[in-house]
Design a protein around this ligand. Structure first.
Ligand code: NAP
Ligand code: ZN
Ligand code: ZN
Length: 350
Protein backbone atom coordinates (compact mmCIF):
# COMPACT_ATOMS: atom_id res chain seq x y z
CA UNK A 1 0.00 0.00 0.00
CA UNK A 2 1.32 3.46 -0.79
CA UNK A 3 1.84 5.42 2.43
CA UNK A 4 0.52 8.88 3.27
CA UNK A 5 3.24 11.51 3.55
CA UNK A 6 3.30 15.25 3.99
CA UNK A 7 5.73 18.08 3.43
CA UNK A 8 6.18 21.56 2.01
CA UNK A 9 6.32 22.22 -1.70
CA UNK A 10 5.38 24.60 -4.48
CA UNK A 11 2.27 24.59 -6.69
CA UNK A 12 3.80 27.01 -9.19
CA UNK A 13 7.04 28.86 -9.92
CA UNK A 14 5.55 32.04 -8.53
CA UNK A 15 4.01 30.74 -5.31
CA UNK A 16 5.71 30.33 -1.93
CA UNK A 17 6.24 26.83 -0.53
CA UNK A 18 3.24 25.53 1.39
CA UNK A 19 2.01 22.44 3.21
CA UNK A 20 1.13 19.46 0.98
CA UNK A 21 -0.14 15.94 1.46
CA UNK A 22 1.36 13.31 -0.88
CA UNK A 23 1.78 9.55 -1.15
CA UNK A 24 4.98 7.48 -1.11
CA UNK A 25 5.11 4.34 -3.21
CA UNK A 26 4.32 0.90 -1.94
CA UNK A 27 7.74 -0.37 -0.70
CA UNK A 28 9.35 -3.00 -2.94
CA UNK A 29 11.52 -5.91 -1.72
CA UNK A 30 14.70 -3.85 -2.31
CA UNK A 31 13.35 -0.64 -0.75
CA UNK A 32 14.35 1.10 2.47
CA UNK A 33 11.76 3.27 4.26
CA UNK A 34 13.31 6.25 6.01
CA UNK A 35 11.90 8.64 8.60
CA UNK A 36 13.41 11.98 7.59
CA UNK A 37 14.82 13.93 10.51
CA UNK A 38 16.68 16.71 8.70
CA UNK A 39 16.91 18.00 5.16
CA UNK A 40 19.41 20.58 3.90
CA UNK A 41 18.32 23.49 1.71
CA UNK A 42 20.36 23.55 -1.51
CA UNK A 43 20.32 26.43 -3.98
CA UNK A 44 19.27 23.84 -6.61
CA UNK A 45 16.00 23.48 -4.65
CA UNK A 46 15.37 27.18 -5.21
CA UNK A 47 16.36 27.06 -8.92
CA UNK A 48 13.90 24.18 -9.40
CA UNK A 49 11.04 25.64 -7.34
CA UNK A 50 11.24 28.87 -9.35
CA UNK A 51 11.60 26.90 -12.61
CA UNK A 52 14.86 28.70 -13.44
CA UNK A 53 16.22 25.67 -15.28
CA UNK A 54 12.83 25.12 -17.00
CA UNK A 55 11.26 21.66 -16.85
CA UNK A 56 9.83 21.78 -13.33
CA UNK A 57 6.59 19.84 -13.00
CA UNK A 58 4.22 21.27 -10.38
CA UNK A 59 3.21 20.58 -7.71
CA UNK A 60 6.70 19.68 -6.53
CA UNK A 61 8.50 19.15 -3.24
CA UNK A 62 12.27 19.83 -3.18
CA UNK A 63 15.02 18.54 -0.88
CA UNK A 64 17.96 16.26 -1.66
CA UNK A 65 20.11 16.46 1.46
CA UNK A 66 18.12 13.92 3.43
CA UNK A 67 19.12 12.22 6.69
CA UNK A 68 17.14 10.09 9.11
CA UNK A 69 16.61 6.59 10.44
CA UNK A 70 15.49 3.41 8.72
CA UNK A 71 11.95 2.43 9.77
CA UNK A 72 11.42 -0.61 7.53
CA UNK A 73 13.31 -2.68 4.98
CA UNK A 74 12.09 -4.94 2.18
CA UNK A 75 12.76 -8.69 2.18
CA UNK A 76 15.71 -8.38 -0.24
CA UNK A 77 17.48 -5.52 1.54
CA UNK A 78 20.86 -6.72 2.82
CA UNK A 79 22.81 -3.58 3.70
CA UNK A 80 20.44 -1.79 6.09
CA UNK A 81 18.27 -2.62 9.08
CA UNK A 82 15.66 -0.77 11.11
CA UNK A 83 17.25 1.98 13.21
CA UNK A 84 20.29 2.63 10.96
CA UNK A 85 21.36 6.26 10.44
CA UNK A 86 21.12 6.86 6.72
CA UNK A 87 21.08 9.54 4.07
CA UNK A 88 19.76 10.11 0.55
CA UNK A 89 21.30 12.59 -1.87
CA UNK A 90 20.30 13.88 -5.30
CA UNK A 91 19.56 10.53 -6.98
CA UNK A 92 17.18 7.72 -6.07
CA UNK A 93 17.62 5.44 -9.09
CA UNK A 94 19.50 4.84 -12.35
CA UNK A 95 19.73 2.01 -14.90
CA UNK A 96 22.72 0.38 -13.08
CA UNK A 97 23.60 -1.27 -16.44
CA UNK A 98 25.21 1.32 -18.67
CA UNK A 99 28.98 1.87 -18.81
CA UNK A 100 28.79 4.90 -16.51
CA UNK A 101 26.65 3.11 -13.91
CA UNK A 102 28.98 0.08 -14.00
CA UNK A 103 31.89 2.43 -13.29
CA UNK A 104 30.09 3.92 -10.28
CA UNK A 105 29.14 7.07 -12.17
CA UNK A 106 25.36 6.83 -11.71
CA UNK A 107 25.42 10.64 -11.67
CA UNK A 108 26.30 10.47 -15.38
CA UNK A 109 24.02 7.48 -16.25
CA UNK A 110 23.68 7.22 -20.04
CA UNK A 111 19.96 6.58 -19.63
CA UNK A 112 19.42 9.47 -17.25
CA UNK A 113 19.15 8.87 -13.53
CA UNK A 114 16.07 9.45 -11.42
CA UNK A 115 16.52 12.54 -9.31
CA UNK A 116 15.23 12.71 -5.75
CA UNK A 117 12.68 15.30 -6.84
CA UNK A 118 11.10 16.45 -10.11
CA UNK A 119 11.82 13.16 -11.97
CA UNK A 120 9.15 11.15 -13.76
CA UNK A 121 8.74 7.52 -12.60
CA UNK A 122 6.05 4.87 -13.00
CA UNK A 123 4.76 5.99 -9.58
CA UNK A 124 4.49 9.63 -10.67
CA UNK A 125 6.91 12.49 -10.07
CA UNK A 126 9.52 12.01 -7.35
CA UNK A 127 9.08 14.28 -4.33
CA UNK A 128 12.03 15.39 -2.24
CA UNK A 129 13.03 15.57 1.38
CA UNK A 130 11.06 18.50 2.79
CA UNK A 131 8.77 15.66 3.94
CA UNK A 132 8.28 13.26 6.83
CA UNK A 133 9.48 10.07 5.12
CA UNK A 134 10.81 8.63 1.89
CA UNK A 135 11.05 5.20 0.23
CA UNK A 136 14.29 4.56 -1.69
CA UNK A 137 15.90 1.51 -3.26
CA UNK A 138 18.78 0.18 -1.20
CA UNK A 139 21.52 0.96 -3.74
CA UNK A 140 20.86 4.72 -3.42
CA UNK A 141 20.87 4.85 0.39
CA UNK A 142 24.04 6.03 2.16
CA UNK A 143 25.31 5.29 5.65
CA UNK A 144 26.06 8.23 7.95
CA UNK A 145 29.13 7.67 10.16
CA UNK A 146 28.19 7.36 13.86
CA UNK A 147 30.43 10.20 15.05
CA UNK A 148 28.81 12.85 12.82
CA UNK A 149 25.95 14.99 14.10
CA UNK A 150 22.96 14.01 11.97
CA UNK A 151 21.67 17.55 11.34
CA UNK A 152 25.10 18.93 10.43
CA UNK A 153 25.79 15.92 8.20
CA UNK A 154 22.67 16.43 6.04
CA UNK A 155 24.26 18.86 3.54
CA UNK A 156 27.09 16.41 2.90
CA UNK A 157 24.60 14.52 0.72
CA UNK A 158 24.76 17.24 -1.95
CA UNK A 159 27.07 20.13 -0.98
CA UNK A 160 29.64 17.63 0.35
CA UNK A 161 29.78 15.24 -2.59
CA UNK A 162 29.49 17.98 -5.23
CA UNK A 163 32.71 19.54 -3.99
CA UNK A 164 34.50 16.33 -2.92
CA UNK A 165 34.13 14.70 -6.35
CA UNK A 166 35.99 17.36 -8.40
CA UNK A 167 38.64 17.76 -5.69
CA UNK A 168 39.32 14.02 -6.02
CA UNK A 169 38.93 13.85 -9.80
CA UNK A 170 41.49 16.62 -10.34
CA UNK A 171 43.87 14.98 -7.89
CA UNK A 172 44.01 17.48 -5.03
CA UNK A 173 46.62 16.48 -2.50
CA UNK A 174 48.93 17.95 0.07
CA UNK A 175 50.45 21.12 -1.36
CA UNK A 176 47.84 21.67 -4.10
CA UNK A 177 46.63 25.24 -4.50
CA UNK A 178 42.84 25.29 -4.64
CA UNK A 179 40.57 28.30 -5.21
CA UNK A 180 36.95 28.31 -4.08
CA UNK A 181 34.60 30.86 -5.64
CA UNK A 182 31.55 31.73 -3.51
CA UNK A 183 31.29 30.94 0.18
CA UNK A 184 27.81 29.45 0.42
CA UNK A 185 26.66 25.90 1.07
CA UNK A 186 28.89 24.26 -1.55
CA UNK A 187 31.75 26.72 -1.13
CA UNK A 188 32.18 26.25 2.61
CA UNK A 189 32.30 22.48 2.12
CA UNK A 190 34.88 22.87 -0.65
CA UNK A 191 37.04 24.82 1.80
CA UNK A 192 36.75 22.23 4.57
CA UNK A 193 37.35 19.27 2.26
CA UNK A 194 40.26 20.78 0.32
CA UNK A 195 41.85 21.83 3.61
CA UNK A 196 41.47 18.26 4.94
CA UNK A 197 43.15 16.94 1.77
CA UNK A 198 46.15 19.12 2.59
CA UNK A 199 45.61 21.85 0.00
CA UNK A 200 46.37 25.53 0.39
CA UNK A 201 42.93 27.11 -0.03
CA UNK A 202 42.10 30.55 -1.42
CA UNK A 203 38.51 31.77 -1.12
CA UNK A 204 37.11 34.30 -3.58
CA UNK A 205 34.10 36.01 -2.03
CA UNK A 206 31.90 38.98 -2.86
CA UNK A 207 31.06 39.38 0.85
CA UNK A 208 33.60 41.33 2.91
CA UNK A 209 31.88 40.12 6.09
CA UNK A 210 32.84 36.49 5.37
CA UNK A 211 36.63 36.98 5.48
CA UNK A 212 37.20 35.91 9.09
CA UNK A 213 34.74 33.04 8.84
CA UNK A 214 36.47 31.77 5.69
CA UNK A 215 39.75 31.59 7.57
CA UNK A 216 38.10 29.74 10.44
CA UNK A 217 36.71 27.22 7.95
CA UNK A 218 40.26 26.49 6.77
CA UNK A 219 41.04 29.06 4.06
CA UNK A 220 44.64 30.25 4.00
CA UNK A 221 43.85 33.27 1.83
CA UNK A 222 40.67 35.25 1.25
CA UNK A 223 40.24 37.52 -1.75
CA UNK A 224 37.43 40.04 -2.23
CA UNK A 225 36.66 39.17 -5.83
CA UNK A 226 35.19 42.60 -6.64
CA UNK A 227 38.61 44.22 -6.01
CA UNK A 228 40.77 43.99 -9.20
CA UNK A 229 43.97 44.74 -7.25
CA UNK A 230 43.39 41.80 -4.90
CA UNK A 231 42.57 39.55 -7.87
CA UNK A 232 45.71 40.60 -9.75
CA UNK A 233 47.87 39.46 -6.83
CA UNK A 234 46.76 35.87 -7.48
CA UNK A 235 47.78 35.65 -11.14
CA UNK A 236 49.02 32.10 -12.01
CA UNK A 237 48.84 30.87 -8.41
CA UNK A 238 46.21 28.09 -8.45
CA UNK A 239 46.03 24.50 -9.69
CA UNK A 240 42.26 24.12 -9.44
CA UNK A 241 39.23 26.35 -8.93
CA UNK A 242 35.87 25.11 -7.66
CA UNK A 243 33.33 27.72 -8.80
CA UNK A 244 30.10 27.41 -6.80
CA UNK A 245 28.40 30.64 -7.87
CA UNK A 246 24.79 30.13 -8.94
CA UNK A 247 24.42 33.28 -11.04
CA UNK A 248 26.03 34.14 -14.37
CA UNK A 249 29.38 35.89 -13.89
CA UNK A 250 32.60 36.70 -15.72
CA UNK A 251 35.03 33.76 -15.40
CA UNK A 252 37.96 35.69 -16.85
CA UNK A 253 39.36 37.19 -13.61
CA UNK A 254 39.36 33.72 -12.00
CA UNK A 255 40.90 31.92 -14.99
CA UNK A 256 43.79 34.39 -14.77
CA UNK A 257 44.58 33.00 -11.29
CA UNK A 258 45.24 29.50 -12.73
CA UNK A 259 48.76 28.20 -13.31
CA UNK A 260 49.74 26.48 -16.56
CA UNK A 261 47.52 23.36 -16.83
CA UNK A 262 45.14 24.70 -14.19
CA UNK A 263 41.41 23.89 -14.34
CA UNK A 264 38.40 26.02 -13.50
CA UNK A 265 35.58 23.63 -12.52
CA UNK A 266 32.03 24.90 -12.70
CA UNK A 267 29.67 23.35 -10.18
CA UNK A 268 27.39 26.37 -9.80
CA UNK A 269 24.49 26.00 -12.24
CA UNK A 270 23.05 29.42 -13.10
CA UNK A 271 19.88 30.08 -15.03
CA UNK A 272 21.77 32.12 -17.67
CA UNK A 273 25.13 31.40 -19.39
CA UNK A 274 28.41 32.97 -18.30
CA UNK A 275 29.97 35.51 -20.69
CA UNK A 276 32.28 33.77 -23.19
CA UNK A 277 36.02 33.61 -22.48
CA UNK A 278 38.73 35.02 -24.71
CA UNK A 279 40.39 31.78 -26.03
CA UNK A 280 43.92 33.16 -25.54
CA UNK A 281 43.31 33.10 -21.79
CA UNK A 282 43.15 29.32 -22.04
CA UNK A 283 45.57 28.81 -24.95
CA UNK A 284 48.51 30.67 -23.50
CA UNK A 285 48.60 28.62 -20.30
CA UNK A 286 47.02 25.32 -21.47
CA UNK A 287 44.16 25.96 -19.03
CA UNK A 288 40.79 24.17 -18.95
CA UNK A 289 37.28 25.10 -17.98
CA UNK A 290 35.32 22.04 -16.85
CA UNK A 291 32.09 21.05 -15.12
CA UNK A 292 31.14 18.46 -12.52
CA UNK A 293 27.80 17.04 -11.36
CA UNK A 294 27.41 15.70 -7.77
CA UNK A 295 29.20 12.28 -7.54
CA UNK A 296 28.47 8.56 -7.82
CA UNK A 297 27.03 6.52 -4.97
CA UNK A 298 30.30 4.75 -4.03
CA UNK A 299 32.12 8.08 -4.06
CA UNK A 300 29.38 9.63 -1.91
CA UNK A 301 29.92 6.89 0.68
CA UNK A 302 33.69 7.45 0.39
CA UNK A 303 33.11 11.18 1.06
CA UNK A 304 30.91 10.43 4.09
CA UNK A 305 33.55 8.07 5.50
CA UNK A 306 36.26 10.69 4.80
CA UNK A 307 34.16 13.22 6.75
CA UNK A 308 33.70 10.68 9.55
CA UNK A 309 37.45 10.11 9.72
CA UNK A 310 38.29 13.83 9.70
CA UNK A 311 35.28 14.87 11.80
CA UNK A 312 33.96 17.16 9.08
CA UNK A 313 30.37 18.37 9.10
CA UNK A 314 28.67 21.44 7.68
CA UNK A 315 28.10 24.75 9.47
CA UNK A 316 24.33 24.82 9.63
CA UNK A 317 21.48 27.04 10.69
CA UNK A 318 18.67 24.75 11.81
CA UNK A 319 15.23 26.04 10.81
CA UNK A 320 11.57 25.20 11.30
CA UNK A 321 9.91 24.16 8.07
CA UNK A 322 7.61 27.18 8.24
CA UNK A 323 10.72 29.41 7.86
CA UNK A 324 11.56 27.96 4.43
CA UNK A 325 10.32 30.89 2.32
CA UNK A 326 12.35 33.39 4.37
CA UNK A 327 15.34 31.04 4.13
CA UNK A 328 15.10 31.16 0.32
CA UNK A 329 15.09 34.98 0.35
CA UNK A 330 18.15 35.00 2.62
CA UNK A 331 19.90 32.47 0.38
CA UNK A 332 19.37 34.84 -2.56
CA UNK A 333 21.13 37.57 -0.57
CA UNK A 334 24.13 35.28 0.23
CA UNK A 335 23.02 35.49 3.86
CA UNK A 336 23.51 31.86 4.90
CA UNK A 337 26.22 30.64 7.28
CA UNK A 338 26.51 28.28 5.57
CA UNK A 339 23.58 25.93 5.04
CA UNK A 340 19.98 26.02 6.20
CA UNK A 341 18.82 22.63 7.42
CA UNK A 342 15.14 21.93 8.05
CA UNK A 343 14.28 20.15 11.30
CA UNK A 344 11.46 17.87 10.14
CA UNK A 345 10.26 17.48 13.74
CA UNK A 346 8.68 20.90 13.12
CA UNK A 347 6.54 19.50 10.28
CA UNK A 348 2.98 19.12 11.56
CA UNK A 349 0.29 17.25 9.71
CA UNK A 350 -2.50 19.65 8.71
P1 NAP B 1 24.52 29.29 -2.03
O1 NAP B 1 24.57 28.70 -0.67
O2 NAP B 1 23.49 30.31 -2.34
O3 NAP B 1 26.00 29.86 -2.34
C1 NAP B 1 26.36 30.54 -3.51
C2 NAP B 1 27.41 31.60 -3.17
O4 NAP B 1 27.81 32.22 -4.39
C3 NAP B 1 26.91 32.74 -2.32
O5 NAP B 1 26.92 32.47 -0.95
C4 NAP B 1 27.87 33.86 -2.69
O6 NAP B 1 29.10 33.71 -1.95
C5 NAP B 1 28.22 33.57 -4.13
N1 NAP B 1 27.49 34.46 -5.03
C6 NAP B 1 26.15 34.64 -5.11
N2 NAP B 1 25.85 35.52 -6.07
C7 NAP B 1 27.02 35.89 -6.64
C8 NAP B 1 27.38 36.74 -7.71
N3 NAP B 1 26.45 37.41 -8.39
N4 NAP B 1 28.69 36.86 -8.03
C9 NAP B 1 29.62 36.19 -7.35
N5 NAP B 1 29.33 35.37 -6.31
C10 NAP B 1 28.05 35.21 -5.98
O7 NAP B 1 24.31 28.14 -3.11
P2 NAP B 1 24.78 26.60 -3.09
O8 NAP B 1 23.71 25.76 -2.50
O9 NAP B 1 26.16 26.51 -2.58
O10 NAP B 1 24.75 26.27 -4.66
C11 NAP B 1 25.55 26.99 -5.56
C12 NAP B 1 25.25 26.61 -6.99
O11 NAP B 1 25.66 25.25 -7.21
C13 NAP B 1 23.77 26.66 -7.39
O12 NAP B 1 23.68 27.13 -8.71
C14 NAP B 1 23.36 25.21 -7.33
O13 NAP B 1 22.26 24.92 -8.14
C15 NAP B 1 24.60 24.55 -7.84
N6 NAP B 1 24.74 23.12 -7.51
C16 NAP B 1 25.34 22.34 -8.45
C17 NAP B 1 25.55 21.01 -8.17
C18 NAP B 1 26.27 20.16 -9.18
O14 NAP B 1 26.16 18.94 -9.10
N7 NAP B 1 27.03 20.75 -10.08
C19 NAP B 1 25.14 20.45 -6.97
C20 NAP B 1 24.55 21.30 -6.02
C21 NAP B 1 24.35 22.63 -6.29
P3 NAP B 1 29.96 34.97 -1.47
O15 NAP B 1 29.02 35.72 -0.52
O16 NAP B 1 31.10 34.34 -0.80
O17 NAP B 1 30.31 35.75 -2.69
ZN1 ZN C 1 21.96 20.23 -4.13
ZN1 ZN D 1 23.10 3.94 -16.20
Amino acid sequence: MPSKACGWGAVSAKSPLQYMAIKRRDPRPNDVSIKIEYCGVCHSDLHTVRNEWAGTTFPMIPGHEIVGHVTAVGSKVAKYKVGDRVGVGCMVDSCLKCKECCEGLENYCANGNTQTYNSQTEDGMTMGGYTDHVVVREEFVLRIPDNLDLCAAAPLLCAGITTYSPLRHWGVKSGSHVGVVGLGGLGHMAVKLAHAMGAEVTVFTTSANKVEAAKQLGAHNVVISKDPAQMAAYKRKLDLIIDTVGTAHDLAPYVDTLKVDGTHVLVGAPEHPHPALQPFQLILARRSVAGSCIGGIAETQEMLDFCGKHNIVCDVEKIDISYINEAYERMLKSDVHYRFVIDLATLKQQ
